[in-house]
Design a binder for this molecule. Structure first.
Ligand SMILES: Nc1ncnc2c1ncn2[C@@H]1O[C@H](COP(=O)(O)OP(=O)(O)OP(=O)(O)O)[C@@H](O)[C@H]1O
Ligand SMILES: [Mg+2]
Length: 247
Protein backbone atom coordinates (compact mmCIF):
# COMPACT_ATOMS: atom_id res chain seq x y z
CA UNK A 1 0.00 0.00 0.00
CA UNK A 2 1.34 3.41 -0.93
CA UNK A 3 1.91 5.99 1.78
CA UNK A 4 1.53 9.70 1.37
CA UNK A 5 4.26 12.16 2.34
CA UNK A 6 3.88 15.89 2.32
CA UNK A 7 6.12 18.82 3.03
CA UNK A 8 4.03 20.93 5.28
CA UNK A 9 3.18 24.42 4.24
CA UNK A 10 1.61 25.95 7.30
CA UNK A 11 -0.81 28.79 6.71
CA UNK A 12 0.79 32.12 7.44
CA UNK A 13 -0.70 34.22 10.24
CA UNK A 14 -2.33 36.29 7.49
CA UNK A 15 -4.36 33.31 6.31
CA UNK A 16 -7.74 32.81 7.91
CA UNK A 17 -8.35 29.73 10.04
CA UNK A 18 -9.07 26.65 7.97
CA UNK A 19 -6.53 27.51 5.26
CA UNK A 20 -6.83 27.09 1.53
CA UNK A 21 -9.20 24.75 -0.24
CA UNK A 22 -7.34 21.62 -1.37
CA UNK A 23 -6.45 21.35 -5.04
CA UNK A 24 -6.70 17.58 -4.67
CA UNK A 25 -9.25 16.28 -2.24
CA UNK A 26 -9.54 12.49 -2.49
CA UNK A 27 -11.43 10.20 -0.20
CA UNK A 28 -11.47 6.43 -0.30
CA UNK A 29 -9.90 6.43 -3.78
CA UNK A 30 -9.95 2.90 -5.15
CA UNK A 31 -8.97 1.02 -8.27
CA UNK A 32 -9.80 -2.55 -9.06
CA UNK A 33 -8.61 -4.52 -12.07
CA UNK A 34 -11.15 -7.34 -12.17
CA UNK A 35 -10.92 -8.95 -8.74
CA UNK A 36 -7.53 -7.38 -8.00
CA UNK A 37 -7.44 -4.34 -5.70
CA UNK A 38 -4.57 -2.16 -6.93
CA UNK A 39 -5.52 0.87 -4.80
CA UNK A 40 -7.52 0.22 -1.69
CA UNK A 41 -8.86 3.50 -0.47
CA UNK A 42 -6.46 6.45 -0.44
CA UNK A 43 -7.34 9.66 1.36
CA UNK A 44 -5.43 12.72 0.14
CA UNK A 45 -5.64 16.40 0.71
CA UNK A 46 -3.13 18.48 -1.27
CA UNK A 47 -3.27 22.23 -0.85
CA UNK A 48 -1.97 24.94 -3.19
CA UNK A 49 1.81 25.23 -3.12
CA UNK A 50 2.33 21.89 -1.43
CA UNK A 51 4.68 19.20 -2.62
CA UNK A 52 3.05 15.88 -2.02
CA UNK A 53 4.58 12.44 -2.50
CA UNK A 54 3.37 8.86 -2.57
CA UNK A 55 5.73 6.30 -1.08
CA UNK A 56 5.48 2.57 -1.39
CA UNK A 57 7.24 -0.53 -2.66
CA UNK A 58 6.93 -1.78 -6.23
CA UNK A 59 3.34 -2.66 -6.97
CA UNK A 60 1.95 -0.62 -4.08
CA UNK A 61 -0.34 1.27 -6.43
CA UNK A 62 1.48 4.61 -6.76
CA UNK A 63 1.31 4.83 -10.56
CA UNK A 64 -2.27 3.60 -10.56
CA UNK A 65 -3.17 6.36 -8.11
CA UNK A 66 -1.24 8.91 -10.18
CA UNK A 67 -3.13 7.94 -13.32
CA UNK A 68 -6.43 8.48 -11.53
CA UNK A 69 -5.23 11.91 -10.34
CA UNK A 70 -4.11 12.70 -13.89
CA UNK A 71 -7.56 11.89 -15.23
CA UNK A 72 -6.29 9.11 -17.47
CA UNK A 73 -7.63 6.15 -15.49
CA UNK A 74 -11.13 5.83 -14.10
CA UNK A 75 -11.48 5.17 -10.40
CA UNK A 76 -13.65 2.30 -9.32
CA UNK A 77 -14.52 3.84 -5.98
CA UNK A 78 -14.22 6.90 -3.79
CA UNK A 79 -14.43 10.62 -4.33
CA UNK A 80 -11.94 12.79 -6.21
CA UNK A 81 -11.69 16.38 -7.32
CA UNK A 82 -8.77 17.90 -9.20
CA UNK A 83 -8.71 21.70 -9.13
CA UNK A 84 -12.40 21.58 -8.28
CA UNK A 85 -13.35 19.24 -11.13
CA UNK A 86 -14.29 15.58 -11.02
CA UNK A 87 -12.04 14.03 -13.71
CA UNK A 88 -14.81 11.58 -14.58
CA UNK A 89 -17.21 14.37 -15.33
CA UNK A 90 -14.79 16.50 -17.34
CA UNK A 91 -11.49 14.73 -17.97
CA UNK A 92 -10.37 17.10 -20.76
CA UNK A 93 -10.83 20.15 -18.52
CA UNK A 94 -8.72 18.51 -15.82
CA UNK A 95 -6.02 17.37 -18.23
CA UNK A 96 -5.79 20.84 -19.78
CA UNK A 97 -4.66 22.23 -16.43
CA UNK A 98 -2.21 19.46 -15.51
CA UNK A 99 1.38 18.69 -16.32
CA UNK A 100 1.96 14.95 -16.21
CA UNK A 101 5.26 13.07 -16.25
CA UNK A 102 4.47 9.36 -16.45
CA UNK A 103 6.76 6.69 -15.06
CA UNK A 104 7.48 5.42 -18.57
CA UNK A 105 8.71 8.01 -21.05
CA UNK A 106 6.18 8.40 -23.84
CA UNK A 107 8.03 10.71 -26.21
CA UNK A 108 7.50 10.46 -29.94
CA UNK A 109 10.72 8.79 -31.01
CA UNK A 110 10.41 9.88 -34.63
CA UNK A 111 10.40 13.55 -33.73
CA UNK A 112 13.13 15.86 -32.53
CA UNK A 113 13.25 17.22 -28.99
CA UNK A 114 11.83 20.57 -30.14
CA UNK A 115 9.10 18.93 -32.23
CA UNK A 116 8.01 16.86 -29.25
CA UNK A 117 7.31 20.03 -27.30
CA UNK A 118 5.61 21.77 -30.23
CA UNK A 119 3.33 18.86 -31.10
CA UNK A 120 2.44 18.29 -27.45
CA UNK A 121 1.52 21.96 -27.17
CA UNK A 122 -0.74 21.61 -30.19
CA UNK A 123 -2.77 18.98 -28.28
CA UNK A 124 -3.68 21.78 -25.91
CA UNK A 125 -4.70 23.96 -28.83
CA UNK A 126 -1.86 26.42 -28.32
CA UNK A 127 -0.90 28.40 -31.43
CA UNK A 128 2.57 28.07 -32.92
CA UNK A 129 3.17 31.78 -32.31
CA UNK A 130 3.09 31.02 -28.55
CA UNK A 131 4.64 27.59 -28.82
CA UNK A 132 7.80 28.50 -30.69
CA UNK A 133 9.26 30.79 -28.00
CA UNK A 134 7.86 28.50 -25.30
CA UNK A 135 9.67 25.52 -26.78
CA UNK A 136 12.99 27.39 -26.72
CA UNK A 137 12.39 28.46 -23.13
CA UNK A 138 11.59 24.91 -22.06
CA UNK A 139 14.54 23.43 -23.94
CA UNK A 140 16.81 25.88 -22.14
CA UNK A 141 15.15 25.06 -18.82
CA UNK A 142 15.91 21.38 -19.43
CA UNK A 143 19.45 22.18 -20.65
CA UNK A 144 18.58 20.67 -24.00
CA UNK A 145 19.09 23.65 -26.31
CA UNK A 146 22.03 21.89 -27.94
CA UNK A 147 19.83 18.87 -28.58
CA UNK A 148 16.79 20.74 -29.90
CA UNK A 149 17.15 19.23 -33.37
CA UNK A 150 18.22 15.77 -32.23
CA UNK A 151 15.81 12.89 -32.63
CA UNK A 152 14.58 11.37 -29.40
CA UNK A 153 16.31 8.12 -30.28
CA UNK A 154 19.62 10.00 -30.15
CA UNK A 155 19.07 11.34 -26.63
CA UNK A 156 20.40 9.71 -23.49
CA UNK A 157 18.03 8.41 -20.82
CA UNK A 158 18.57 11.45 -18.63
CA UNK A 159 17.99 13.81 -21.55
CA UNK A 160 14.75 12.03 -22.43
CA UNK A 161 13.55 12.33 -18.87
CA UNK A 162 14.33 16.06 -18.84
CA UNK A 163 12.52 16.44 -22.15
CA UNK A 164 9.41 14.70 -20.80
CA UNK A 165 9.43 17.10 -17.86
CA UNK A 166 9.96 20.16 -20.09
CA UNK A 167 7.20 19.00 -22.41
CA UNK A 168 4.79 18.56 -19.50
CA UNK A 169 5.21 22.25 -18.70
CA UNK A 170 4.18 23.49 -22.13
CA UNK A 171 0.63 24.35 -21.05
CA UNK A 172 1.84 26.15 -17.89
CA UNK A 173 0.02 23.66 -15.67
CA UNK A 174 -1.61 24.57 -12.39
CA UNK A 175 -0.70 21.15 -11.00
CA UNK A 176 2.39 19.11 -11.82
CA UNK A 177 2.32 15.34 -11.38
CA UNK A 178 5.58 13.41 -11.63
CA UNK A 179 5.77 9.63 -11.39
CA UNK A 180 9.30 8.61 -10.37
CA UNK A 181 11.01 11.33 -12.38
CA UNK A 182 14.55 10.20 -11.54
CA UNK A 183 14.28 6.44 -11.85
CA UNK A 184 17.07 4.96 -13.89
CA UNK A 185 19.14 8.14 -13.97
CA UNK A 186 22.76 8.32 -12.97
CA UNK A 187 23.67 10.63 -10.06
CA UNK A 188 24.65 13.50 -12.35
CA UNK A 189 21.43 13.38 -14.36
CA UNK A 190 19.47 13.04 -11.12
CA UNK A 191 21.17 16.09 -9.70
CA UNK A 192 20.40 18.16 -12.81
CA UNK A 193 16.80 17.01 -12.76
CA UNK A 194 16.25 17.93 -9.11
CA UNK A 195 17.95 21.24 -9.74
CA UNK A 196 15.50 21.96 -12.58
CA UNK A 197 12.53 21.02 -10.43
CA UNK A 198 13.86 23.07 -7.55
CA UNK A 199 14.16 26.10 -9.81
CA UNK A 200 10.64 25.58 -11.01
CA UNK A 201 9.42 25.56 -7.44
CA UNK A 202 11.44 28.68 -6.66
CA UNK A 203 9.91 30.43 -9.64
CA UNK A 204 6.42 29.49 -8.41
CA UNK A 205 7.35 30.69 -4.91
CA UNK A 206 8.52 34.03 -6.29
CA UNK A 207 5.21 34.50 -8.07
CA UNK A 208 3.40 33.63 -4.84
CA UNK A 209 5.47 36.13 -2.88
CA UNK A 210 4.84 38.87 -5.44
CA UNK A 211 1.14 38.17 -5.20
CA UNK A 212 1.22 38.12 -1.39
CA UNK A 213 3.01 41.50 -1.43
CA UNK A 214 0.41 42.98 -3.78
CA UNK A 215 -2.33 41.70 -1.51
CA UNK A 216 -0.58 43.11 1.57
CA UNK A 217 -0.26 46.49 -0.14
CA UNK A 218 -3.92 46.41 -1.05
CA UNK A 219 -3.39 46.36 -4.82
CA UNK A 220 -5.31 43.14 -5.39
CA UNK A 221 -7.69 40.87 -3.52
CA UNK A 222 -6.54 37.27 -3.98
CA UNK A 223 -7.61 33.88 -2.71
CA UNK A 224 -6.22 33.07 0.73
CA UNK A 225 -4.66 30.01 -0.84
CA UNK A 226 -1.86 32.21 -2.10
CA UNK A 227 -0.73 33.14 1.39
CA UNK A 228 0.67 29.85 2.57
CA UNK A 229 4.37 29.22 3.09
CA UNK A 230 5.77 27.08 0.31
CA UNK A 231 7.89 24.02 0.90
CA UNK A 232 10.71 23.23 -1.47
CA UNK A 233 11.20 20.16 -3.62
CA UNK A 234 14.52 19.77 -1.88
CA UNK A 235 12.61 19.17 1.34
CA UNK A 236 10.72 16.44 -0.44
CA UNK A 237 13.90 14.96 -1.83
CA UNK A 238 15.49 14.82 1.62
CA UNK A 239 12.43 13.22 3.10
CA UNK A 240 12.21 10.65 0.35
CA UNK A 241 15.87 9.77 0.15
CA UNK A 242 17.31 10.69 3.51
CA UNK A 243 14.80 9.84 6.15
CA UNK A 244 11.49 8.22 5.48
CA UNK A 245 12.70 5.18 3.58
CA UNK A 246 15.49 4.56 6.09
CA UNK A 247 13.42 5.00 9.25
N1 LIG B 1 -3.72 -2.37 -16.27
C1 LIG B 1 -3.55 -3.19 -15.24
N2 LIG B 1 -4.21 -4.36 -15.17
C2 LIG B 1 -4.06 -5.20 -14.14
N3 LIG B 1 -3.27 -4.95 -13.07
C3 LIG B 1 -2.58 -3.81 -13.08
C4 LIG B 1 -2.68 -2.88 -14.15
N4 LIG B 1 -1.88 -1.82 -13.86
C5 LIG B 1 -1.32 -2.08 -12.69
N5 LIG B 1 -1.73 -3.29 -12.21
C6 LIG B 1 -1.35 -3.88 -10.95
O1 LIG B 1 -1.64 -2.97 -9.92
C7 LIG B 1 -0.63 -3.03 -8.92
C8 LIG B 1 -0.09 -1.61 -8.71
O2 LIG B 1 0.68 -1.24 -9.85
P1 LIG B 1 1.35 0.19 -9.95
O3 LIG B 1 2.00 0.28 -11.29
O4 LIG B 1 0.33 1.21 -9.61
O5 LIG B 1 2.42 0.11 -8.79
P2 LIG B 1 3.54 1.14 -8.36
O6 LIG B 1 3.37 1.41 -6.89
O7 LIG B 1 3.55 2.29 -9.27
O8 LIG B 1 4.86 0.26 -8.56
P3 LIG B 1 6.36 0.67 -9.05
O9 LIG B 1 7.10 1.15 -7.82
O10 LIG B 1 6.92 -0.64 -9.53
O11 LIG B 1 6.25 1.69 -10.13
C9 LIG B 1 0.40 -4.03 -9.39
O12 LIG B 1 0.15 -5.26 -8.73
C10 LIG B 1 0.15 -4.14 -10.87
O13 LIG B 1 0.47 -5.41 -11.34
MG1 LIG C 1 4.92 3.09 -10.51
Amino acid sequence: MARATRTTSSPSPAAPAGGAAPVIPARGLRKQYGDFHAVQGIDLEVRPGECFGLLGPNGAGKSTAMRMLAGTSQRTGGELRILGIDPEEDGPAVRARLGVVPQQDNLDEDLTARENILIYGRYFGLPYSCLRPKAEELLAFAQLTDKADAKVTDLSGGMKRRLVIARALVNEPALFLLDEPTTGLDPQARHILWDRLYRLKEHADTLQQDLARLVAEGHVTAPVTQLTRRASLEDVFLILTGRTLVD
